[in-house]
Design a protein around this ligand. Structure first.
Ligand code: ADP
Length: 740
């Protein structure tokens, strides 16, 4: 090869090499640029990561410090909790679900008298074993094994009942164990030694008090009995005395003895009953008796006092209720008398209604009887209702009473009803009235109810004339049961208007307020339908016994009408017979002691001078009579006041020279009346001597009495010579001489 060729070849080779170099260099540059971009991106990324790492580190630091704080707090709380548990006077421990002791305070561990074995890790069963083996527990009569078994069973139950254990040193612990989360058990051992001792003392004290109370009641029962016996003699003899030839004055005395004795007997009977119940000595004597009849008898007994006040009394005995039961009839009557007596006593106007309903038991052998006594009287304030069944509890203040009574009636009634297995309650609204109710479950003696007569078609429409809704409704209810059609009237006009239509029978109340029932009966007789049978109803014996009424009415029935009696009369009318005039068993009326003013003044006026004027404030009529008799030989002008208010009025109108003032009086007592008189005197400058007459002969009473403005005081029973002494001491000069 030529040199030129070689050179050309070399040049070509060099050129190719140079091109390759250039190519490689371009590639290198591109790679370098890429590398540079990567390096830049990486540097940026590293920067971000570094920042992040820094933040995390800061956060880590904070978390670490928070954790340390939290840990410190937990430790502190745990310590506090533990110190508190340690501070307990009572034992505290907790066990895991395997009954292994996890922890206990010192008080708990002290129970074991420093037994080294009792530390966390010991099982509850072992603890029980140690308690018995080491004589730490006093199980009384219960054998140790039994005791442990009982305690183990208790421990294993899901909710162990609290238990009281006695330790060897007579300390008492109440163990309260509560299962917690995951079967752990928290145990409390409360030291109740003082409570147990206190309860023991209380029990002994109560037993002693009950024994004393029983002894007191037994004593009272004996005493009352002892008083009752001679008292009965007094009453009986006074009655006998009355049957002999007596002057009117002697008869008044004898009657007074009898009435006072009877009043005292009622009180003594209450005390006797109450003491007997208290001393658990009251025994019931059950026998068959007629409940409906008893209710009517009680009403008949109390009818006179109710009639005097213008109260109507009614009995609503459910038609389908049997009448005869087995119980202590005397005690049932006593319950009824107490409740009906109170209803009459505390009711001024309106009515007293007795209602009896009942539900027989499934086998018809017994009946749950529900009796209510409803009145329209003064009512009982709500806050007092709970107390009236307690002994000696009266709604009125003792010193200022308008109503007499021992305050034992309801307490006895309640106890009697409870003794019969029943219950009593009251519903009342002050100023509106009261309703006492009681429930008794009594064996039925004769299941028969009253047989309802079958009345003929000719006796279907009945006109009931009565202005009192309650009593009319009761009669209507009974008539409806007989299938009668009721027409009702509350006035004369209404009645006469109704008479224009068909009326087969007239039942007319003769005690209506506006309408004169007797005159109405006369008008009916004279009218177009004059032959219609008339049944007259009245609570008044004068009407019942009145021949005019007897001539007008086919029958006169006393209110409240027993349903048997009503049915009998209706049957007679229905059968076309002339019904008999039902003669009422008029209850004996209480003989009230009437004191005639000015009676027995032995001495006539001597001159124109006035007599010495004496005002005696005394609520008890008998004491008034006694006082009058004691001063009868003195030439005085005597006036009585029945209560404190009348005493103040008497002082102002009568202008007495001397006042005798009873302390315990209704409406206003003697002390209040005296204060009032002294207040009036402060404006006149006068001073009337006032002598207190008091039954309160207790120490300390005299100060209270004299402090009220009374000048002297005499204790009851009254003594004639002391009264004369007072009168003579205060006799003014310008009056007629006291004695001739
Ligand atoms: P007391 O002998 O005073 O009547 P009770 O035990 O029978 O004693 O009654 C206690 C008190 O309950 C009475 O004093 C009276 O305040 C009140 N009370 C009882 N029954 C009635 C009633 N029907 N209406 C209003 N108050 C009554």
């Amino acid at each position: 090869m030529s040199l030129a060729n070689r050179l050309a070849e070399e040049r070509r080779g060099r050129l190719a090499a140079e091109r390759l170099l250039e190519l490689k260099q371009a590639e290198l540059t591109a790679a370098n640029r890429k590398l540079g971009r990567h390096a830049l991106a990486l540097t940026k990324q590293i920067g971000v990561s570094q920042a992040e790492v820094k933040t995390v580190r800061v956060e880590n630091e904070k978390v670490k410090s928070d954790l340390t704080d939290a840990h410190e707090k937990v430790v502190q709380a745990e310590q506090r909790l533990w110190h508190s548990i340690q501070a307990f006077q009572d034992g505290f421990a907790f066990f895991d679900s395997d009954s292994t002791l996890i922890g206990a305070n010192t008080a708990y561990l002290n129970i074991f008298d420093e037994l080294e074995e009792v530390v966390p890790g010991i099982s509850y069963i072992r603890i029980l074993q140690l308690l018995t083996d080491e004589g730490l527990i006093n199980t009384g009569d219960v054998p140790m094994d039994d005791w442990r078994q009982m305690m183990t069973e208790r421990w294993m139950s899901p909710t162990p009942e609290p238990v009281i254990v006695r330790l060897w040193d007579d300390r008492y612990l109440k163990l309260l164990d509560q299962r917690g989360h995951g079967g752990d058990m928290v145990s409390l051992a409360l030291d109740i030694t003082t409570t147990v001792q206190y309860e023991e003392e209380l029990r002994t004290a109560r037993e002693r008090a009950e024994a004393a109370n029983r002894a007191k009641s037994a004593f009272l029962a004996n005493m009352s009995h002892e008083i009752r016996t001679p008292m009965n003699g007094v009453v009986g003899m006074a009655e006998l005395l009355n049957d002999t030839n007596l002057t009117s004055e002697q008869s008044l005395y004898a009657n007074t003895i009898k009435n006072s004795g009877e009043a005292l007997l009622v009180i003594i009977n209450d005390v006797l009953d109450y003491s007997k119940i208290e001393a658990d000595k009251l025994v019931l004597h059950p026998e068959p008796f007629n409940l409906e009849q008893s209710m009517h008898e009680v009403v008949t007994l109390l009818q006179p006092s109710a009639r005097d006040k213008g109260l109507s009394m009614m009995v609503d005995y459910d038609l389908f209720l049997p009448s005869t039961y087995v119980s202590d009839p005397g005690r049932v009557r006593q319950i009824l008398t107490n409740l009906v007596g109170n209803a009459v006593k505390f009711t001024k106007s309106g009515h007293v209604a007795l209602r009896a309903t009942g539900v027989p038991t499934q086998d018809d052998s017994h009946c749950a009887i529900h009796i209510t006594i409803e009145d329209t009287g003064i009512g009982i304030p709500e806050e007092k209702q709970a107390h009236i069944f307690g002994e000696f509890n009266q709604v009125e203040d003792e010193r200022n009473r308008k109503f007499e009574g021992t305050g034992l009636g309801l307490a006895i009634t309640k106890r009697l009803i409870e003794l019969m297995g029943g219950e009593i309650w009251v519903e009342s609204e002050e100023g509106k009235g009261s309703c006492f109710g009681f429930r008794l479950v009594l064996p039925i003696s004769e299941p028969k109810t009253v047989s309802v007569p079958k009345l003929p078609e000719s006796l279907r429409v009945v006109l009931v004339v009565d202005d009192q809704d309650v009593s009319r409704e009761i009669v209507e209810k009974q008539l409806l049961q007989l299938g009668m059609v009721i027409e009702r009237a509350t006035t004369r006009e209404e009645a006469l208007q109704k008479m224009e239509n068909r009326v087969d029978l007239v039942i007319c109340d003769c005690d209506m307020a506006e309408t004169d029932g007797v005159a109405l009966a006369k008008e009916i007789r004279g009218g177009a339908n004059g032959q219609v049978p008339i049944l007259a109803l009245s609570a008044s014996p004068t009407i019942v016994g009145d021949p005019t009424v007897q001539g007008l009415a086919n029958s006169i029935l006393t209110k409240p009408v027993p349903r048997l009696e009503l049915f009998k009369q209706l049957s007679a009318i229905g059968n076309g017979q002339q019904p008999q005039v039902a003669t009422p068993a008029a209850p004996e009326q209480n003989v009230a002691v009437e004191v005639q003013p000015g009676e027995d003044l032995a001495h006539a006026a001597v001159s124109g001078a006035p007599k010495m004027r004496i005002l005696a404030a005394e609520d008890n009529k008998t004491n008034q009579l006694v006082f009058r008799k004691m001063v009868k030989e003195l030439n005085i002008d005597l006036k009585f006041a029945n209560n404190g208010v009348e005493a103040v009025e008497g002082y102002q109108e009568f202008k007495p020279d001397l006042i005798f003032m009873d302390i315990s009086m209704p409406i206003m007592d003697g002390k209040q009346a005296t204060s009032e008189i002294r207040r009036i005197e402060s404006t006149t400058g006068k001073h009337v001597p006032i002598v207190a007459l008091t039954a309160h002969a207790m120490t300390g009473d005299s100060e209270g009495i004299l402090a009220a403005g009374l000048d002297f005081y005499l204790t009851k029973p009254l003594r004639k010579n002391l009264i004369h002494e007072r009168i003579e001491a205060h006799c003014p000069e310008a009056v007629q001489p006291l004695r001739s």
